[in-house]
Write a protein that binds this ligand. Sequence first.
Ligand code: MV4
Length: 447
Amino acid sequence: MFNKILIANRGEIALRVIRTCKEMGIKTVAVYSTADRDSLHVRFADEAVCIGPPQSKLSYLKIPQIISAAEITNADAIHPGYGFLSENAEFSKVCEEYGIKFIGASADMINAMGDKATAKDTMKKAGVPTIPGSDGLLKDIDHGLGLAKEVGYPVILKATAGGGGKGMRLVHEPSQFKKAWDDARQEAAASFGNDGLYLEKFVEEPRHIEIQIIGDSKGRACHLSERDCSIQRRHQKLVEETPSPIVSQELREKMGQAAIKGAEAIGYEGAGTIEFLVDKHGDFYFMEMNTRIQVEHPITEEVTDYDLIKEQIKVAAGVEISGRNYYPQLYSMECRINAEDPANGFRPSPGRITNLHMPGGHGVRLDSHVYAGYVIPPHYDSMIGKLIVSAQSREEVIVRMKRALSEMVIEGLKTTIPFHLKLMDNEKFKSGNFTTKFLDDFDFSDL
Ligand code: MV4
């Protein structure tokens, strides 16, 4: 097992990793920018190294600084958390070259899954259902027009380097194709420096369902069931839950087996997530694979009683997984509490938390790095914390979530709490019958 792990991240996920390391008897090293001097991850870690000024590009994204911090402190592994360098192939490779175990995917795996057209082709060849469309990249406009006619409109153009909706265009009819093509290419080139596009039939009003998997160094993978992430606004997830109200045990088994098949086909090692779209007929299709621990991992931990960070560390150290799959024994839901103003387009609202009260009680977990007097810096994401609530049924989870949200006091800045409180009273949300378009016509004006 590792002697010392450096956590190449900040905020709640840095704390989350440190907590598990402490329970495993592994020493920890925090890295921090000058903006995070007073952060809890710095205090909770055994050692801390300042790696630069506030801007991410000069600190949390600076590979030489982080490798130096690992060398100085004699860390034998690095946990990248999510975001920052967690899916950076170069960083994964440099860690390997320095003999430091990267607790994440190999450079080759990151490259293969980071290129969405390659990832889709790989999964299709492995027998995972994919959406009809182009085999790989589109050669030119006429290639796209021909395929669109074949699969039928509406179609969607997607940037192969994309994800998160960038470089994506919906096309309803042939007359719109040229403009969509030009716009998608331009946006993709500007955002990713790669203008490669692929095409798919557009799936109307889907659910976003993802399967958590974990693979070991022997090539075996297991699944930990699904998370429903359909409550999103502009590709930002706000609420996640498990089990999904639309996933039957039969569908869970089918999606779980498809995810295992995909993961084992590529010899995936570590924790990963396979994202699917599920259509109104209950048919599911591979969308993307994430080669990192995700923000919403705690709901899976709560319903399966499985510490994903601990298992990530174990498989990185060469321990084999049990080989069984994990199924939800409870219901769990996560509300992302962000320093944003939901009444004004979720505009970031950084600043000092002048007064703070955290919720508690049975079935309530709060993963957060903040304290009274803490300043949310403007340089990073605006997450204050994740409120994770569990209970025996979806109905009880919603009641408990309302109770916990109403106990929570965060003064000094705007938060997403009023949005979550309103959502928990929404009849359509409570029915469990909604799609990824649900928030498109939600009224945020009175929050
Ligand atoms: C789609 C789709 C419908 N049909 N692909 C959005 C982000 C990127 N990861 C893929 N996305 C979508 N791909 C086909 N063929 C609809 C979306 C989509 C979406 C997916 C999941 C959650 C929220 C979404 C919001 C808008 C569009």
